[in-house]
Write a protein that binds this ligand. Structure first.
Ligand code: ADP
Ligand SMILES: Cc1cn([C@H]2C[C@H](O)[C@@H](COP(=O)(O)O)O2)c(=O)[nH]c1=O
Ligand code: ZN
Length: 199
């Protein structure tokens, strides 16, 4: 693992498809910072209310307290004076302005951990993730498992009929697929596997 810098801030990006473990990894890093007796604040876009109106929740139901906000710049107003670590989930939903906010926080000396999608349902780069990755110190790409063939998945297949770029949803609206099995338009979902080892 990296030897993190000392006495300066930095940006960590966790990206990948849906179900690739981005939120789980964000929660893991936040938990470790708390074990390290650091002051942490987590933020998420208010529109992400799939599992909870305020907490950040993974598809596997891991949960961390967070503050829902409408615009990235609200982080400045909500930031406590002694906060050392800022976590942001679903960062793609904040749009281009989040880059300047995250840059300012890191330059101020904070550790900023951003989790979000790098591609939309059509497989196109999901701005501002490319810009965030470019200005960050650390980038982690997570992969899910393709529900069709079992290979590593880096795409999010939309399985509800909408051409809107932003459609909030989870397993009923998307499934992870590999490059080979993904199609860039909404399609039928894949029947769930019958063998269930986890209830
Ligand atoms: N096809 C899949 N591949 C990998 N993980 C999956 C899949 N379907 C469901 N999951 C679950 O989703 C979890 C990841 O959830 P989460 O961290 O919220 O992902 P993300 O934030 O990247 O959408 C996995 O640990 C696993 O429990
Ligand atoms: C591919 C894609 C996804 N979304 C939405 C669907 C979810 O609400 C989030 C991603 O959640 P996760 O933590 O990565 O599971 O984004 C969207 O609006 N548009 C898309 O193209
Ligand atoms: Zn596949």
């Amino acid at each position: 693992m990296h030897q993190f810098p000392k006495d300066i801030g930095w940006i960590e990006v966790i990206c990948g498809s849906m179900f690739s473990g981005k939120t789980e990894e964000l929660i893991r890093r936040v938990q470790r910072a708390l074990y390290g007796k650091q002051k942490v604040q987590v933020f998420k876009p208010r529109i992400d209310n799939r599992y909870d109106d305020t907490a950040v929740v993974s598809h596997s139901q891991l949960k961390v307290t967070s503050t829902p906000i409408d615009r990235a710049e609200e982080i400045f107003y909500r930031l406590a004076a002694d906060t050392q670590v800022v976590g942001i989930d679903e960062v793609q939903f904040f749009g281009a302005e989040v880059v300047a906010v995250v840059q300012a926080l890191a330059t101020k000396g904070l550790r900023v951990i951003c989790a979000g999608l790098d591609q939309d349902y059509q497989g196109r780069p999901f701005e501002p993730m490319p810009q965030l990755m470019a200005v960050s110190e650390y980038v982690t790409k997570e992969l899910a498992i393709c529900v069709v063939c079992g290979n590593p998945a880096n795409r999010s297949q939309r399985i509800v009929s909408s051409g809107e770029r932003v459609v909030v949803g989870a397993a009923g609206a998307y499934e992870p697929r590999c490059r080979k099995c993904h199609v860039p338009e909404p399609t039928e979902g894949t029947p769930p596997q019958t063998l269930k080892l986890f209830d």
